[in-house]
Every structure is written in C-alpha cells, then in structure tokens.
Design a protein around this ligand. Sequence first.
Ligand SMILES: Nc1ncnc2c1ncn2[C@@H]1O[C@H](COP(=O)(O)OP(=O)(O)O)[C@@H](O)[C@H]1O
Ligand SMILES: [Mg+2]
Length: 484
Amino acid sequence: MLGRFSGRTAAPPPQPAPPPPALARGPAVPAEAPPPAVAVPEPPKPGAPAAPAMPAPPASPNEKLLDAKVRLHRRLIEELNLAALEKLPADELRREIHGIIAQWVVAERLPLNTKELELFVSEVMDEMTGLGPLEPLLKDPTIADILINGHQNIFVERRGMLEPVPSLFKDEAHLMRIIQKIVSAVGRRVDESSPLCDARLLDGSRFNCAVRPIGVDGPLVSIRKFSKSKLSLEKLVEVGAIKPQMAEVLAAAVKARITTIVSGGTGSGKTTMLNALSAYISHTERLITIEDAAELQLQQPHVARMETRPPNLEGKGEIRQRDLVKNALRMRPERIILGECRGEEAFDMLQAMNTGHEGSMATIHANNPREAISRLEQMIGMAGLPMSQLSIRGQISAAVRMIVQLQRLADGKRRVTSVAEITGMEGEIIQMQEIYKYVRTGTDGDGNIQGHHVATGVRPRFLQELVAHGINIPGSYFDPSKPL
Ligand SMILES: Nc1ncnc2c1ncn2[C@@H]1O[C@H](COP(=O)(O)OP(=O)(O)O)[C@@H](O)[C@H]1O
Ligand SMILES: [Mg+2]
C-alpha cells in the first residue's frame, strides 16, 4: 500500500523546526545539530577561475544567472552550516542569505538590479528551504499539473494542454534530492527497495513519484497542483465550459436542494464544478465536507470539514470515507458534500440523501450519466449488504435527482457534456432524461474541437420544486430551437 499523504506508511517525525515553505512537514533536523552558527563564506575573488566541476561559461544572461545560482548554491551548501540554517526562522534566514548573496553578486559582477537580486535570493532560498526548481512552477497559477519524466524532461499543463518546459535540474541527483526532501516530510525515503511514494505538499498539491528501477529513464514525478482560485460558475460560463442558461438551471437546482452528482473522468473538472455549485447553497445551512484530501473551498460560514486518514505502518488507525459519512449523520448536517465517491461509502451517502439531507452532493468517476448510475450500483455492492439489485436501484433513483457530466475533450477544454435528470424507476430500470447536451460538430485547423451546447427540449420535472422555492426558469431555456 502506498502512502497517500502524511502517515499512510509511517508516523511523521517529530517537528523540532518550523516547516519549510512548500512542505507538509519539515525534514527532521538531527537532534545533535550544532547551534545556529552561521558561517559567511568568503565572497569569491573577482575573476577567479571557475571551479573544475563548473560548466563552461554560458552565453545568455539567463543561463549565466542559472549557472551563478547553481554555483552559489553549491558554495552555500559547502560552506554554511545548513542544519543550523534550517533552524532559523524564514525571515532571518532570508536576511542572512540576502547578505551573502549581495556580497557575492558584487564580487561576481552580476548585472542585477534590486528586483532581480530579490528574485535571485528567492531562488536560492527555494533551493535551500523549498523545492528548488519546482518552486516557481508550483507558484505559477497558470500551471495545473507538473509532470517530470527524468530530470531533463519536464512538462506542465496549462489550459488543459501539456507543454514542455526547460529543465532547471542540474542532474538526476539534484532531482532526487528534491524528491527525498518531499517524501521525507511524510516520513519516507524512496530508493530501489521502495521506489513508489505518494505525498502531499503543504499547499494541498498532490505528489507522486516512481524512481529507478520502476522509473526506467529516471525519476518520474507527477504533481497535481492545488488551485487556490477555484473557478466560479460564472467563470466556467466565461471559458465556455457551460452556457449561462444551463448554469442558471444548475444553480437553481442546488438552491432548491435537488440532490446532484457530478460525474467525469480524471481531471475533467469534477471538483471544480462541485465547488462552483456549492456557492449556491444557502448560508443558513450547516454543511459537512468529506474528502481524502481537503480540496473544496466552500464559501458558506457554516462548514465542518473532514478528511480521511490512511492506516499507519502497522495497518491500524485508518478512518475511511464510510466512517466519516456515518459520523457526519450524527453531526446534524443540512447537507453532506462528499468530494469523491469511490466505494462502500456510496451506500451511506445514499442513505443520507434519502433521509432528510437532500441537496447533498458528490462526484463520481464515470464517462456518462448512465455509467455514473451503474458505478453507483457497483459501489453500493461493495458495502457488502444483502440488498437486491432492484432495491439498490430504488435507493439510487429515490436519492439522486440530477447528474452533471463533465469531459476533458481532446483539445484540453473541459466542458459540461450532459445534464441529466433521474425521474424514477420503470420496472427494474432507472429512468433518466437528458436536459442539455454538448454536440460536437468537428475540429478546426488548430485541433480545437468545435461544437455547442443544446437543450434537448425536455423540461426537467424538478422545475416545480424550483417554483416552490420562488425560482422561475424561463421556458425558452429548454427550447431546442433557441440558441443557448
Ligand atoms: N472549465 C475549466 N476550464 C479550465 N480549467 C478547468 C476547468 N475545470 C477545471 N479546470 C482545471 O482543471 C484541473 C482539474 O480540475 P479538477 O476539478 O481537480 O478535476 P477532477 O476533480 O475531475 O479531477 C484543475 O486545475 C482545474 O482548475
Ligand atoms: Mg477531483
């Protein structure tokens, strides 16, 4: 079993030092670390010959700076008492490093203005206390995923598309050092005998690595970044993921406590949509969120957030989603928001939805609304209860009212591809009607998928309930002859 985050495989080390910026927990500083005596290195003599291991003088100013940074970093590592430095508070450490670098920049005649000097200091700081070359990528809000296939091959995902970025890792050892730093925060080391590891960064980003020999061409790293600014429903309309009329219907349904499941593949935008929809829940309601890794950012004043816990090294102490859903029911919630329904907890979630917690929401990994239903069926089966298929379906059709389907299309764009309403059972079959769908019409020269959202002409049955909540949706929103 892999460690997903802190503690799945080992109890975290005690924390004598404040954690470095991007890590969940700082690497343990040896107890016998010497007192914080900061030795300032001699600035290099101007024009001093490069040390043997240094690369040839680079051409561009950027490369020169990178080179200077790597050299300075090596000097700092060699000459400073790093263990002692790591004990310093961040601002003090920054002052120290700033002083050293300022001297060095003058001595090396690096052409830096004040701003550039600050940036340089930040980069060296990142290297020392943070995650080195990963830091700027982690800080860049336009990047959603960081994928490393060996130290020279780095890709990032921007706007749904992967693009290569120049590697700032000096060599494989440099990348491994950063990886060890990340996994040490969850009490792990990766090596040949345990080459796989999951961890979570302090900012909520999820980290996975597979090093040699599993990673054939060097360490493989995947980071799913935690996006701080979650897209609102308005923003989703702006980027074309959904049409305004559809968004209005979804928002109204959430307000009126129409129980909704968000369905989609990995990275299709499920969590984003769940978060955006949650904005329309009344501020007077008590909400309980249950997640494996807290990602949702609900805006309501009354939110109780819960996170599962993996088992410890002895396989004990696990707290699963199912336990939390059961517990949530004793916490007087108005609605339960389950970040991702994956297994046995589906049963308890449906129970909750059927017993006065209408308007609860969850996401499910499925490729279309029909499949979402059959996934739910399977998951309820996992709870190991003696229930017939018919009664399972009865539960589902009574609990879930709407399914919002998302898809990440081949051009990287995420779209709502279907909105479906569950209307009940006919015989043994759950009845579903599609209200909106996305129709693909072709692909343009740049590979962009062309298409549009359409209303199917079906008026959802839950409209009556919306009216009861004082929400009137114009009939034209469901008219297929009117463009959305
Ligand atoms: N409509 C959208 N347009 C652009 N980016 C989106 C859209 N929806 C989601 N994203 C981004 O895609 C990434 C994955 O979204 P997320 O909601 O976490 O997916 P999932 O929960 O389905 O795995 C996030 O970085 C998110 O900000
Ligand atoms: Mg998600």
